[in-house]
Design a protein around this ligand. Structure first.
Ligand SMILES: [Mn+2]
Length: 378
């Protein structure tokens, strides 16, 4: 940005785009996938800018949509970091709260560009006929045959495909902000361009080589910082940490949830002196009979811990007994002392193979048994 330090292409574009949502008749919406990871967000924002700059859209505004609610943005800590670093304010981004896709669809005023996915998620399935373009790096599902422009290539990051378009057609307009967003995302997705990670293609490396000098960043510093921020929960509350990677399940009449957390129970206890009460209040807010928190961290050895909370102490006892009969290798840890000590239990988990994916079916079985017992008790 040698000529004008204050101008930020993307930030001005986004501010403008937000105003145009209400003033233009037709809207072209560029949307990433529902997981709304960094690649999805950056692809959507930068491709919406590209479309606006290259296509002459008289009565249509092109805007990026991040398909989560605004309050969930802060959970994507690496995205919060990178957008901030790129000079993009959160207020300039457009989330589901800000845009009524359904109303646009009903008025036939919507066209959709899919980036970082090529099949609409469940919440968006009704808009299949509105899809006009696809730019993606996942397996092609061969949907939406009417699509006019379709680029689906197995590169490391969807942002690489967007970068390719931008560097080909708009190279002179690429400023440090755009270059930083794209290069950072590609680095994170390809594990710092590591061929051994199995995601890198030549195109990813070429894009990063062109972008980094414009971003004026060192590759390793940028990657290390992003990797660090991805796991940095310092600015998140306990309930945010719990919902960051949460899945809810039902077994019979029992509603339970499992949160994966990349923090040790010890560090968490120091961060939040009210931790056990916060588990209870989270379980209450989600209407859960059982909350299972799976902690995993590297210190430097990979370590797993397990924390359980239930408002139903009889049920918790049954789950504890059932877990004791498995090969999880559980050793009790001392949770902070509280009045409701029979409602929670903390463990060190020696068997590190038990991720949520593997533990959940076991829990489901115990709870189905416990749900039956409960019915018999009544
Ligand atoms: Mn992706």
């Amino acid at each position: 940005m040698a000529k004008d330090q204050s101008r930020n292409e993307l930030e001005s574009f986004l501010k403008n785009a937000k105003n145009r949502i209400s003033s233009t008749r037709k809207l072209c919406v560029v949307m990433g996938n529902e997981a709304a990871d960094l690649d999805s967000m950056v692809s959507a924002v930068s491709y919406a800018w590209y479309k606006t700059e290259t296509a002459k859209l008289a009565d249509t505004a092109c805007v990026p949509l991040i398909p989560i609610s605004r309050q969930d943005f802060k959970l994507r800590t690496e995205a919060v970091y990178l957008f901030h670093e790129a000079g993009i304010e959160e207020a300039s981004l457009i989330f589901t709260d800000d845009l009524n896709l359904h109303a646009l669809h009903e008025k036939s005023a919507l066209s959709l560009i899919l980036v970082d996915h090529n099949k609409l998620g469940k919440g968006f399935a009704e808009y299949g006929a509105d899809v006009v373009e696809i730019l993606d790096h996942h397996q092609d599902e061969n949907l939406y045959p009417e699509v006019k422009y379709r680029v689906i290539e197995p590169v490391g990051s969807a942002s690489t495909l967007v970068a390719e378009h931008i560097l080909r057609d708009l190279k002179t307009k690429v400023d440090a902000s755009i270059a930083l967003l794209l290069a950072g995302t590609i680095l994170l997705d390809t594990v710092n361009l590591d061929p051994n990670a199995g995601r890198l293609t030549k195109k990813d490396a070429v894009a990063v080589a062109e972008l980094l000098p414009i971003a004026r960043k060192s590759q390793s510093e940028l990657f290390d910082k992003l990797q660090y921020e991805k796991f940095n929960v310092a600015n998140l509350s306990t309930s945010d940490i719990l919902r960051k990677d949460y899945k809810g399940y039902v077994a019979g009449e029992i509603r339970y949830g499992m949160s994966s957390v990349l923090l040790s129970l010890d560090a968490w206890k120091k961060k939040d002196s009210n931790l056990v009460a916060e588990f209870a209040s989270y379980a209450r807010s989600m209407n859960l009979t059982l909350l299972i928190v799976m902690n995993a961290y590297t210190k430097p050895k990979f370590t797993r811990e397990l924390a359980l909370y239930s408002p139903d102490s009889a049920l918790l006892k049954k789950v504890i007994a059932a877990l004791a009969g498995t090969d999880l290798g559980l050793t009790p840890l001392a949770p902070p002392k509280g009045d409701d000590a029979d409602h929670y239990v903390w463990y060190a988990q020696a068997n590190e193979a038990y991720s949520r994916k593997k533990l959940q079916p076991l829990v489901q079985n115990f709870l189905l048994g416990a749900a039956l017992d409960r019915k018999v008790d009544k």
